[in-house]
Design a protein around this ligand. Structure first.
Ligand code: 5AD
Ligand code: SF4
Length: 433
């Protein structure tokens, strides 16, 4: 029996899929290279913006052909869109046999049994069940043998007015430190060198269990074989001095942070309910630079939030100019059903969003070109993750930039020193030193 999983969305979703794969392999399934060979197809969905929603339905249209050759094949949908739409999704797309929410992935084995017996297996929960931690008992199946994601919390306690996540993933639930450390120990004994701690708002980890994220950084770093630690995503409001200090003190934590600012205008930030001003965001950036020598930044930005004026948008550009991010992920505001921003007055026409977006991209392109040039001639530390054509090594610097260099297969999984010869916005050509 073979499975095929199509994953949309964020790293959390990718990590969920790695765990679903682990569950399916425990049940005796193997991964199919192509969906046409599969006995079960699962789509792990995202609903953060309208586009990923639409993609799910076009994929379902394609995958339904599988049942023509293999009438016993099962099609399942899980993740955030499943959670948001519930039964409406299966009504719209009757080809779906299995559906479950983000809260009950661990029930997949039972759902498969029900579907095999000919029933529609639907388990959409309103709230996380008591036994959701069972999920951690399943192994993960990872493509990258050296860098691993570790989910440390689920859900989010913020109320950003544009965001579906508190609805699709529920309120914040931090995973216990023991459970996290156990997974990290297992990963490193399996050859993993870099652990990437994941959560919708990882900087708030621990707040619901009387702990602080800095403690987690110190404790993960105590595990001998861990060589590098990264984490995603941070929220500026929860990024405090304790975390900045820990990042600076723990040598294993990479000098990079993804810290979404979303908008530069204080008025828009207030409408988004982000809980900080532009000045406060910039102060957090200064604090991080003070504690963490050489730290680099990436961010998320929303363009065209309701009522955004030209002046508001200029404030966003101003933040880009001041911080000089290594990378900016920018999105046109997409009104999501059941969020406060959906029905706000002053929706910005798509044409204006497109035009602002292209100005933002142009500015960021210039900044990235300059940032890239500043790397030329410097020495960097790279963890080699893969090899192409037998001699091109590929890895990431501590500052989270892709780097390539000549070398042999014996370097895989090693941390090496390199000199940057030529640097481009998304890649650097280097030499081993
Ligand atoms: N419209 C556009 N972008 C959004 N994001 C979240 N919700 C929306 C929305 N409704 C963006 C934010 C977030 C990233 C993961 O997606 O920038 O940080
Ligand atoms: Fe998409 Fe958000 Fe769900 Fe991640 S948590 S899959 S970004 S909707």
């Amino acid at each position: 029996m073979k499975y095929y999983i199509k994953t949309f969305g964020c790293q959390m979703n990718f990590n969920d899929s790695e765990r679903i794969k682990g569950m399916l392999q425990t049940l005796g399934y193997q991964e199919a290279k192509d969906w046409k060979e599969a006995d079960i197809i699962l789509i792990n969905t995202c609903t953060i913006r309208e586009k990923p929603d639409q993609k799910v339905f076009s994929h379902l249209g394609e995958y339904k052909k599988l049942k023509e050759q293999n009438p016993k094949a099962l099609i399942g949908v899980c993740g955030c869109l499943a959670q948001r739409m519930g039964f409406e999704l299966i009504q719209k797309s009757p080809v779906v046999d299995i559906m479950f929410s983000s809260f009950n992935m661990h029930q997949l084995p039972e759902l498969i049994q029900q579907a095999q017996a000919g029933y529609k297996a639907v388990a959409i929960l309103e709230n996380p069940p008591d036994d959701e931690d069972k999920l951690w008992d399943y192994p993960t199946v990872r493509d990258n043998p050296y860098c691993a994601y570790v989910t440390v919390m689920k859900g989010c306690d913020k109320n950003c007015t544009y965001c579906v996540v508190p609805k699709t993933r529920g309120r914040q639930r931090s995973r216990s430190i023991e459970s996290i450390l156990k997974e990290v120990r297992d990963l490193v004994s399996d050859g993993v060198k870099e652990v990437h701690l994941l959560g919708q708002n990882v900087t708030a980890w621990g707040k619901d269990i009387g702990k602080h994220f800095s403690e987690l950084l110190y404790r993960v770093a105590e595990i001998d074989k861990v060589e590098r630690i990264r984490f995603t995503t941070g929220h500026p409001k929860d990024l405090d001095e304790g975390i900045a200090k820990a990042m600076g003190e723990v040598g294993k934590v990479c000098e990079h942070i993804h810290l979404p600012f979303q908008a530069g205008s204080d008025r828009i930030l207030k409408l988004m309910d982000r809980g900080y001003t532009k000045e406060e965001y910039l102060e957090k950036i200064s604090m991080l630079k003070e504690y963490v020598k050489g730290i680099t930044f990436s961010t998320d930005v929303i363009v065209g939030f309701p009522t955004e004026t030209e002046e508001d948008f200029e404030e966003t550009l101003d933040v880009l100019k001041k911080v000089r991010f290594e990378q900016v992920f920018s999105f046109k505001f997409s009104p999501r059903p059941d969020t406060p921003a959906y029905s706000m007055e002053g929706q910005v026409p798509d044409q204006v969003k497109t035009q602002r977006m292209s100005r933002l991209l142009q500015l960021q392109k210039e900044i990235m070109g300059e940032v890239a040039k500043s790397y030329e001639g410097t020495l960097q530390e790279v963890l080699i993750e893969s090899i192409e054509h037998g001699n091109k090594l590929i890895g990431r610097t501590r500052s989270n930039r892709w780097a390539s260099m000549e070398g042999g297969v014996e370097m895989l999984g090693k941390v090496v020193k390199v000199k940057v010869i030529r640097s481009y916005p998304f890649n650097m050509e280097c030499e081993l030193v």
